[in-house]
Design a protein around this ligand. Structure first.
Ligand code: PRT
Length: 283
């Protein structure tokens, strides 16, 4: 059996649970429980605080977990990242009050910096030979310069709205983060079959999310041209239509190229274009 840790509540909770469910795991939500049995997979889900998960992983209480990569880096633990998951993207940045000159890390010398990420910040300061005093705050870090507690902050940023609302400007990105699937290294060796099975399902779901199934009708003399426009899988499926001189083409396209491909297909003579989400994808 493997023990999978996910965040109990917070930014990662919903996406983590949805990912496990999309992988076919029958998991109950963790609203009034800290532990849930997975009925159709040899696993148990532990609902924990994101910031505590690295320690649980390191101690082997959890074998595998979905957590923010920034927390793994901050806790400086020897844990293997199995897969990047593409959600909860953010960056850890240094910001200073708007209008305060900042020409590089050296400008932080002798300054007070408020953060919830002392280890990551210290690493950055060491790298640039900067001596600054770190004020550890567990939340609402962005308020610190406004109330005279610090000259600068080091905190997570995603949209940048919080910095903007607090009159701060992002100056340096220390690291970029997203949700990751991470594993205890012993578990990775001892429970490789179950962990690999889960990682395989996760990869299939993530791949499917990045692609769309497309089908359309096209005159036969345009099939070759349309095949060149469809880049993802080996080769498109071409089926004859009942109407003489026409075919139906089926393929898979990358979500990012979606509008460009659609535009080109229309110009090429495609009609009745249908685009369908893909649930799982194994290539
Ligand atoms: O309590 P627990 O330990 O479970 O959770 P947590 O303290 O780690 O907090 P939570 O749930 O807020 O964040 C969980 C994880 O989400 C983080 O560790 C990151 O990996 C990820 N994440 C992604 C973020 C953000 N984006 C984010 N924007 N975590 C926090 N923020 C905060 C940031 O601290 C700042 O206050 O949002 C504010 C900035 O957001 P923008 O959009 O205004 O820039």
């Amino acid at each position: 059996m493997i023990k999978i840790a996910v965040q109990k509540s917070g930014r990662l909770y919903e996406d983590s649970l949805k990912l496990l469910k999309d992988c076919g795991l029958s998991v109950e939500d963790g609203l009034d429980t800290l532990k849930a049995q997975v009925r159709n997979f040899d696993a148990e889900v532990l609902f924990l605080r994101n910031s505590d998960i690295p320690k649980y992983l390191e101690d082997g209480v959890a074998d595998i977990a979905i957590l923010g990569e920034n927390v793994l880096i901050e806790k400086n633990v020897d844990i293997a990242v199995v897969e990047k998951l593409g959600f909860s993207k953010c960056r850890l940045s240094v910001a200073v009050p708007k209008g305060v000159p900042f020409n590089g890390p050296q400008d932080l010398n002798g300054k007070k910096i408020a953060t919830s990420y002392p280890h990551s910040l210290q690493q950055y300061l060491n790298k640039h030979n900067v001596t600054a005093s770190i004020h550890l705050i567990s939340g609402s870090v962005e308020i610190a310069p406004n109330i005279g507690l610090a000259d600068a902050i080091c905190d997570l940023v995603s949209s940048g709205n919080t910095l903007f609302k607090n009159g701060l400007e992002e100056k340096e990105i220390l690291l970029k983060s997203e949700a990751v699937l991470a594993a205890n290294k012993n578990s990775l060796a001892e429970k490789s079959e179950l962990i690999e099975e889960l990682a395989f399902r996760i990869r299939s779901v993530l791949k499917a999310r990045k692609n769309k199934y497309i089908l359309f009708n096209i005159p036969n003399d345009k099939v070759a041209e349309a095949s060149q426009i469809l880049p993802v899988l080996k080769s498109p499926t071409v089926l004859p239509l009942l109407e003489e001189g026409w075919s139906s083409m089926h393929s898979v396209i990358n979500d990012e190229d979606f509008w460009t491909v659609l535009n080109k297909l229309e110009k090429c003579g495609a009609q009745g274009i249908l685009v369908i989400p893909i649930e799982k994808m194994i290539v």
